[in-house]
Design a protein around this ligand. Structure first.
Ligand code: FDA
Length: 303
C-alpha cells in the first residue's frame, strides 16, 4: 500500500523535476547509481571485482518510443560488452526490453537483442533480461524462450509477487534457462499479484527451493536476511555446492550483507546501474524503503 503510494507520488512530474533538477539530490542518487558514464561504471566494476564481487551492468533506460533510440541503446550495450572483454572484468549485463524497442515493435526489439547476444556469445558473456511491469511478463518470457534456442547466454527474471510465477519457473527449469529470482518492484493489482508481503515472501521461499534443487545456476536476488538464510539452509541440507548458484544484490544496498556473503564463500553479483536515465530506477528503490526517499529529499533541501 505504502509502496504503491510512493511509486505514484515519485512519478508525479513535480517531484521528478524537483529531484532530477537538483544537483544535491542528483549527488545523493549516486549512492544507488554508479555514475552517468560508462567509464564511471567500469571504475565501480573494477573496484567491486577487487573486493570479490561479480557485477551485472545495467545501462539505465526504459520505455523508449523512438526506434533510433532503441537501436542506439543496443549499440551502447555492445560497447559495454567490448569494454568488459577488453578490461577482463568479471561482469555480465542486464538489459530491459522496453529500452530496446518492445513498446514500438516486437521485431525491432528482437533484432536489437539478437545484435547484443551475438556479441555476448562471441565473448561468452551472459545477458540477463530484466523483468519489467506485468504488461510485459508474457512477451518477455516468450522472447527469452525463443532466444534460448539460439543462445546459451540468455536468462530471465521471475518475480515472486506474481501468481503465475510458479508455472513460469517450472517451464524455465524444464528448458534449463537461468533464472534470477526477485520479489518484484512494480505496482501490480491484486488480480495478478499477492497484495500482502507475507505471501510474496512465502512464495519467494518456495520458488528459491525449486530453483536451488532443479534450476540452472539460479540467482537469488534479495537483500532480505530471512530469504538469504532460507537459501543457505536449503543448499546446505541438500548438498548443493556454493558454486551451483549465486546471490545478487543492488549497488549500494545492504553492503554489510554483501561483504558477509563473500566472506562466507558464496558467489555474489552486484547489479550496477549507471547512465543519465536514473530517475525511474531511483523511484523503485525509494518506494522499497521510505528512508531512501527521505535521504534523497533531505539532501536536496540542504541546498
Ligand atoms: P525486501 O523489500 O523485503 O527488503 C528486505 C530488507 O532489505 C529490508 O528490510 C532492507 O533492510 C533491505 N532493503 C530492501 N530494499 C532496499 C532498498 N531499496 N534500500 C535499502 N535497503 C533495502 N525487480 C523487478 O521487478 N525486476 C527485475 O528485473 C529486478 N532485478 C533485480 C536485480 C537484483 C540484483 C536485485 C537485488 C533486485 C532486483 N529487483 C528487480 C528488485 C526486487 O524485485 C525488489 O524490489 C528489491 O530487491 C527489494 O526486495 P528484497 O528482496 O530486497 O526484500
Amino acid at each position: 500500500m505504502l509502496r504503491g503510494t510512493l511509486l505514484y507520488l515519485a512519478n508525479r512530474g513535480s517531484i521528478r523535476h524537483f529531484v532530477t533538477d537538483n544537483h544535491l539530490a542528483r549527488r545523493s542518487a549516486r549512492r544507488f547509481v554508479a555514475g552517468e558514464t560508462l567509464e564511471e561504471a567500469l571504475q565501480a566494476t573494477r573496484s567491486l571485482n577487487q573486493r570479490g564481487f561479480s557485477v551485472s551492468l545495467d545501462h539505465l533506460g526504459e520505455n523508449v518510443s523512438d526506434a533510433g533510440e532503441a537501436c542506439s541503446a543496443a549499440n551502447d550495450y555492445i560497447a559495454i560488452l567490448d569494454a568488459i572483454k577488453q578490461a577482463s572484468l568479471d561482469a555480465n549485463i542486464s538489459i530491459k526490453l522496453t529500452a530496446l524497442g518492445l513498446d514500438i515493435e516486437a521485431a525491432l526489439c528482437e533484432e536489437n537483442v539478437r545484435r547484443i547476444l551475438d556479441r555476448a556469445k562471441s565473448y561468452h558473456i551472459f545477458v540477463r533480461v530484466d523483468m519489467e511491469g506485468a504488461a510485459y511478463t508474457a512477451r518477455t518470457l516468450e522472447l527469452v524462450a525463443k532466444l534460448r534456442q539460439d543462445y546459451e547466454e540468455v536468462g530471465a527474471v521471475i518475480q515472486s509477487y506474481l501468481y503465475r510465477s510458479a508455472k513460469d519457473i517450472e517451464n524455465l527449469i524444464a528448458s534449463q534457462t537461468r533464472v534470477r529470482l526477485v520479489k518484484g518492484a512494480y505496482k501490480e493489482p491484486p488480480e495478478i499479484a499477492y497484495p500482502h508481503k507475507a505471501d510474496v515472501d512465502r512464495n519467494y521461499e518456495h520458488l528459491l527451493r525449486l530453483l536451488l534443487a532443479h534450476g540452472n545456476y539460479p540467482a537469488i536476488a534479495t537483500h532480505d536476511p530471512r530469504m538469504i538464510q532460507a537459501a543457505r539452509a536449503f543448499a546446505a541440507a541438500n548438498d548443493i555446492a556454493k558454486t551451483r548458484f549465486e546471490f545478487q544484490m543492488l549497488y549500494g544496498i545492504r553492503r554489510d550483507l554483501q561483504k558477509q556473503l563473500v566472506n562466507d564463500g558464496y558467489n555474489l553479483r552486484i547489479y550496477v546501474p549507471y547512465g543519465t536515465q536514473w530517475y525511474p530506477y531511483l523511484t523503485r528503490r525509494m518506494a522499497e524503503r521510505p528512508a531512501n526517499l527521505f535521504f534523497v529529499i533531505s539532501n536536496a533541501m540542504r541546498g
